[in-house]
Design a protein around this ligand. Structure first.
Ligand SMILES: [Zn+2]
Length: 414
């Protein structure tokens, strides 16, 4: 049984482990993050897990199965925070895994498969401008050179920060996780308003969206704003305005699977009142859990850019920034979570995740699934971030039921 008081107690203790300031401040590898990690390690040990840590500081706690030659079921999340963050982003997933393991022992449930509870380090990009670094290290995607290049705003490299914590950045390759996994499961707050808005206690994630980003540089003519008649202008910002609306239209027209499109950067040159905008740079971000749908929207946007600039007699270039692959959650695992929710009488909806998570790095390694719980007003990365203990317990009960199904030999989700 999931013990609500014990879970609440863990959230309370962790709420006290923070650097001074409003909200929760457990920036990756700072003293407060390290202290939180130490607390969680003690709880993992007390829950009967055998702990090991890797070169990056990720903590892996293993619960033996009846047959340890079977692939493990991985579960967990992160406990670092953004500056002025909340106590639920990440931590809810770590405590869900911890409480599940405790409850298994108390209920006399012995898994056939071993269970691997993971505390992933440095999930938030706030300190080193790159996210999910612990997962990346475990997937063998971080080199010693990467650790030298990544640095915080004081100029301290991640390499030296790891060194200071007694970790082993020279041997970062050794952090690569190579053991077979049956599945990976993560619980997380939604960080959006959908569940709350619909009054649904649980979301089953179908995929984790990834961005395609590019700059669009538009070149017109910067002429006198008083002396240039309207028909003779080559106003780059007017074209940019049309392009911004074209992005909104193209993404909005792609509903299933959904694509979201945002122009979050508009740099205008020279950017003064008495000169017609000569050059504009737009930063375009398109996201979806479906790479094809996202690609189609990008192609529509590109042809709109071509048409809009041609009609206005302007030049443009596209500068690609990044194109990441969305992660698909395993359909069989999505179905299994839905079946368990139905069995427990917990209403649910299937939904994409717009935000990135550790899980996205595991989807191509093992069948991966995520359970979302609502958070108040959809707010996260903010001191106002909140989920009630009742909301958390409902999610953890489902999570625990799914973990038990996965831990039984013969439950095929591949
Ligand atoms: Zn998170």
């Amino acid at each position: 049984m999931i013990n609500q008081e014990r879970l609440a107690q863990d959230f309370n203790v962790m709420r006290g482990i923070t650097a001074p300031g409003e909200g929760i401040n457990r920036l990756a590898f700072t003293d407060s993050d390290w202290e939180g990690r130490a607390y969680l390690m003690r709880q993992m040990e007390a829950a009967g897990l055998t702990l090991r840590t890797d070169a990056f500081g990720n903590v892996l706690g293993r619960l033996a199965g009846k047959d340890n030659s079977l692939p493990a079921v991985m579960c967990g999340s992160h406990s670092d925070s953004v500056p002025r963050g909340g106590n639920y982003d990440g931590l809810a997933g770590v405590l869900a895994a911890l409480e599940t393991v405790r409850s298994m022992r108390e209920d006399g449930f012995q898994p056939d498969h071993p269970i691997e509870v993971v505390l992933f380090m440095c999930e938030e990009s706030s300190r080193f401008s790159a996210a999910t670094l612990g997962s990346r290290a475990m997937r063998g995607e971080l080199s010693s050179e990467d650790l030298q290049h990544l640095h915080d705003k004081e100029g301290k490299t991640l390499f030296s920060v790891l060194k200071e914590r007694g970790l082993d950045p020279e041997n970062i390759a050794g952090a690569k996780y190579t053991q077979p996994l049956k599945a990976m499961l993560e619980l997380h707050i939604e960080q959006g308003k959908v569940l709350e808005h619909e009054g649904i206690p649980v979301g089953i994630v179908t995929g984790i969206a990834a961005p395609a980003r590019f700059y669009c540089d538009i070149h017109g003519a910067a002429d006198h704003s008083g002396a240039t008649p309207m028909p003779l202008r080559h106003d780059a910002l007017c074209a940019a305005a049309e392009i911004i609306l074209a992005v909104e239209r193209a993404a909005g027209a792609q509903a299933d699977p959904p694509v979201v499109g945002t122009v979050g950067v508009v740099d205008v040159t020279p950017g003064v009142m008495n000169v017609i905008p000569g050059d504009v740079s737009l930063g375009v971000d398109l996201r979806s859990i479906d790479a094809n749908a996202r690609e189609q929207v990008e192609q529509t946007v590109r042809s709109e850019i071509e048409a809009i600039t041609r009609a206005r007699g302007l030049r443009y270039e596209i500068r690609p920034v990044s194109k990441e692959s969305p992660a698909r959650m395993a359909p069989a695992l999505v179905d299994l979570i839905a079946a368990e929710a139905e069995k427990a009488g917990i209403p649910y909806r299937r939904m994409p995740s717009g935000a990135g998570h550790d899980s996205m790095h595991w989807a191509d390694y093992a069948p991966t699934g995520m359970i979302f719980i609502p958070c108040r007003d959809g707010i996260s990365h903010n001191p106002a971030e909140y989920a009630s203990i009742e909301q958390i317990v409902t999610g953890v009960q489902l999570y625990s039921a799914v973990m038990r199904r996965l831990a039984v030999r013969g439950e095929d989700i591949s």
